[in-house]
Design a protein around this ligand. Structure first.
Ligand SMILES: Nc1ncnc2c1ncn2[C@@H]1O[C@H](COP(=O)(O)OP(=O)(O)O)[C@@H](O)[C@H]1O
Ligand SMILES: [Mg+2]
Length: 397
């Protein structure tokens, strides 16, 4: 049966929208739940959690998943899912905690004896009249009744100082018996932000990197939601789709959404390989628009350098981080530029989802595999264009 609405598409291409089925993240979910679930069960755990991975790999989806699980299974716990932008300065961490303490702090401090209500207390905190140690005491008391779980999304945009403050406070509260845990999720540069705040940042956290899905999980990301909607996809079609998406969760949703729309349009409930061919150009177009956007943030000599490195990597295969740094330095020298630019360029490669490193691996990985293909194609087209121009007689050059 095919329903007649186009608006019930179960797939969610885009960012921050939970997928219809969270495929292939059992291990990650288990590791997160081990600490978060223990906290929600009123135990003080030893570590906070750091989740990192390129854009579109499903960090927000993991936060949503854990948040949902705690809300349904541990009604006594308080779970806050907040964007990093809400924690601009380290004072904001204090404010957040003071707000969370709420009534228990009020009770612990008996501020009515000073003629204060809760707002008065908050005002006192904002003025700096209230000591952090009394807030901590109140917070620990509150957490014993209602454990506190703070999930911060887009955490790579946090200031290092804020990062440090969050981890330190969570550790201190636990130290005085208050079950509390912090989960930071962000792009790979989060590791750098954290390490600037504290050299042992990574060791202090349970660190989980999220990357591409394997073939089986990719297939499930598509086939399970389809089956729920009583739609089928044949083996060959599914394989072509999975091969094209290359394990990138965002593209799997894009594919799912496009085949869904086509099936609705054709009023059919079986998807085959010919449907894949019909939808392919749409998927490619969307993808290339996203790549062009990333590529456009590389200008002038930086752009040439990126193209050079891409060419070299496609011959040599992926390399380890130190080798990448050498390669950037070599290319900078060829361009007659300062070697000191290396760090900025490497940082930008990570920021624009060009490469990243999975935890425990030495070799870098393309953040989105087909972005490399896009860059090589852009280079090929540029060379072809140059040849055409020189054949036209080099006018204007
Ligand atoms: N494990 C998964 N299985 C299927 N789809 C996923 C999975 N993780 C994420 N997605 C989908 O991929 C897209 C990007 O996910 P998101 O959580 O926003 O990524 P990030 O926060 O890492 O940028 C969303 O459309 C989301 O629904
Ligand atoms: Mg996200």
């Amino acid at each position: 049966m095919v329903s007649d609405s186009l608006f019930d598409n179960p797939f969610t291409p885009g960012y921050r929208i939970p997928p219809p089925y969270l495929a292939g993240r059992d291990e990650e979910r288990r590791r997160i739940y081990e600490l978060v679930g223990a906290t929600a069960s009123r135990r003080c755990v030893a570590k906070d959690i750091i989740i990192y991975g390129p854009r579109g790999t499903g960090k927000t989806a993991l936060l949503r998943d854990i948040s949902h699980r705690i809300e349904t299974e541990h009604k006594n716990a308080t779970i806050l899912l907040i964007p990093a932008i809400d924690l601009e300065a380290s004072e904001d961490v204090g404010k957040l905690l003071v707000r969370e303490v709420g009534r228990p702090l009020w009770e612990a401090m008996k501020p009515e004896s000073f003629g204060l209500n809760w707002q008065g207390l908050e005002a006192k905190w904002n003025k700096g009249d209230l000591s952090l140690s009394s807030v901590r005491k109140g917070l620990s008391a509150k957490c014993q009744r209602n454990p506190l779980i703070i999930l911060v999304d887009e955490a790579h945009t946090l200031d290092s100082e804020v990062c440090r403050k969050l981890f330190n406070e969570a550790q201190t509260i636990r130290g005085i018996g208050g079950p509390m845990v912090v989960v930071l999720a962000g792009k790979p540069q989060l590791v750098g932000v954290g390490n600037r705040s504290d050299v042992s940042f990574i060791e202090r956290g349970e660190t989980i990197s999220v990357g591409l899905l394997d073939g089986e999980s990719s297939a499930q990301a598509i086939s399970i939601p389809l089956r729920r909607e009583r739609m089928e996809i044949d083996g060959e079609a599914l394989q072509r789709l999975v091969d094209d998406a290359q394990g990138y969760p965002h593209y799997l949703q894009l594919w799912g959404s496009e085949i869904w729309k086509l099936a609705k349009l054709k009023q059919k409930n079986h998807i085959d390989a010919s449907d894949i061919s019909v939808v392919m150009p749409n998927v490619r177009k969307e993808r290339e628009a996203a790549y062009a956007e990333r590529f456009n943030s590389w200008m002038g000599q930086d752009r040439l350098l990126l193209q050079k490195i891409t060419g070299r990597l496609s011959k040599s295969g992926m390399v380890a981080e130190p080798r990448m740094e050498e390669m950037i330095t070599e290319e900078l020298k060829i361009q007659g530029r300062q070697e000191t630019e290396m760090e900025r360029i490497y940082g930008k490669m990570v920021e624009t989802d060009y490469v990243w490193r999975i935890r425990g691996d030495k070799t870098l990985m393309p953040s989105i595999p087909s972005f490399f293909g896009f860059l090589r194609e852009a280079e090929r087209q540029k060379i072809a264009e140059r040849k055409r121009e020189s054949r036209r007689g080099g006018a204007g050059s």
